[in-house]
Design a protein around this ligand. Structure first.
Ligand SMILES: [Zn+2]
Length: 317
């Protein structure tokens, strides 16, 4: 198993989850002069972007005075935690506020996929965390039981129904999805989705359904997508994947029967030997998922185990 931490995972942050309802604690955090604020811009095609210094690979955190000067002080701040230098919050701006802040500071915005590739691990991870919460807040504004508006409590981490007769509590949503590299002897199974660039292949993935274990979901998805029956499967690693709210759970598995019958979700599925995979990557005729994703790590670990080769060397990464 890889010792590497997946992109967006392993965030070195004290979340203080058990203190979010403590009013004394929250008042002290809000009043702390060291507080820093991550400004998330308006939601676009790539979700909410985060403010970055121009040409920089660093987030542009705002201090309290900057928030006041930019008219952002009244926005509800979501508490993220403390990385040892004071409380960190996120703010969700509307398009006008976001533009004004960027122009005034000479700053820009970065989307989360670019951040995962370009920012340091902590910065990409805290952006992913902030964006996941902001997405949930913007899409969970009414009670699913009675339809009354929700009030955000617990520093932005919980919604409470404003109808006192209902008062149902709503928690941030995380959707578990499995992703698996299936082996058969010295080959691995990769699939091609019709909407992808030609020659792009990846490990198989899908959402876990109600009433399924992760292993059940692995066996069902592999069979639905490629017609392959899987026996033993083993947990590999996981990755927060807030596009918009998934948690990717990586597995390795062994096929019981290599017969492929491609299902409706895929355009193609194939067994790749080490030689085929290496030749394809080196010649550019096979495109694998970018290092950002746990899929890349699953393929890299499979290749390392089979042959001792490093995928990053083949791709020049
Ligand atoms: Zn309600």
């Amino acid at each position: 198993m890889s010792a590497r931490i997946n992109t967006f995972a392993g965030l070195a942050l004290e979340r203080n989850a058990e203190r979010r309802d403590d009013l004394e604690f929250s008042a002290a955090q809000r009043a702390d002069l060291r507080a820093r604020f991550l400004l998330l811009g308006a939601e676009g095609a790539g979700g909410r972007p985060a403010l970055v210094a121009p040409g920089s690979t660093q987030l542009r955190w705002l201090d309290r005075d900057e928030c006041a000067a930019l008219g952002l002080a009244e926005l509800p701040a979501t508490y993220l935690g403390d990385a040892g230098q004071g409380p960190l919050f996120s703010l969700s701006a509307d398009p006008l506020q976001a533009n004004r802040a960027a122009v005034a500071l000479g700053a820009g915005f970065i989307d989360l996929r670019s951040a995962g590739a370009r920012l340091a691990g902590f910065e990409a991870g805290i952006f992913a965390y902030a964006r996941a919460l902001a997405f949930w807040q913007s899409r969970t504004r009414f009670c699913g039981a009675c339809g009354a508006p929700l009030e955000l409590v617990a520093f932005g981490h919980r919604g409470r129904c404003s109808n006192r007769d209902c008062a149902l509590e709503h928690f941030p949503r995380v959707d578990p999805a499995m992703i698996v590299i299936v082996g058969w002897g010295e080959r691995c199974l990769l699939g091609h989705n019709a909407s992808w660039a030609e020659n792009r292949y990846s490990t198989l993935a899908g959402f876990v359904e109600p009433g399924e274990s992760l292993e059940d979901a692995v066996r069902r998805e592999v069979h639905e997508e490629a017609g392959v029956r899987v026996g033993a499967c083993t947990y590999h690693s996981s990755q927060p994947w807030p596009f918009p709210s998934s948690l990717m759970l990586g597995f390795t598995a062994e096929a019981e029967d290599p017969t492929i019958r491609v299902g409706p979700e895929l355009a193609d599925a194939r067994w790749f030997s080490v030689d085929e995979l290496v030749a394809g990557v080196e010649s550019g005729s096979l495109i694998l998922p970018p290092p950002l994703s746990v899929s890349h790590e699953l393929i890299a670990d499979w290749l390392r185990t089979q042959s001792g080769l490093e995928l990053a060397r083949l791709t020049g990464g």
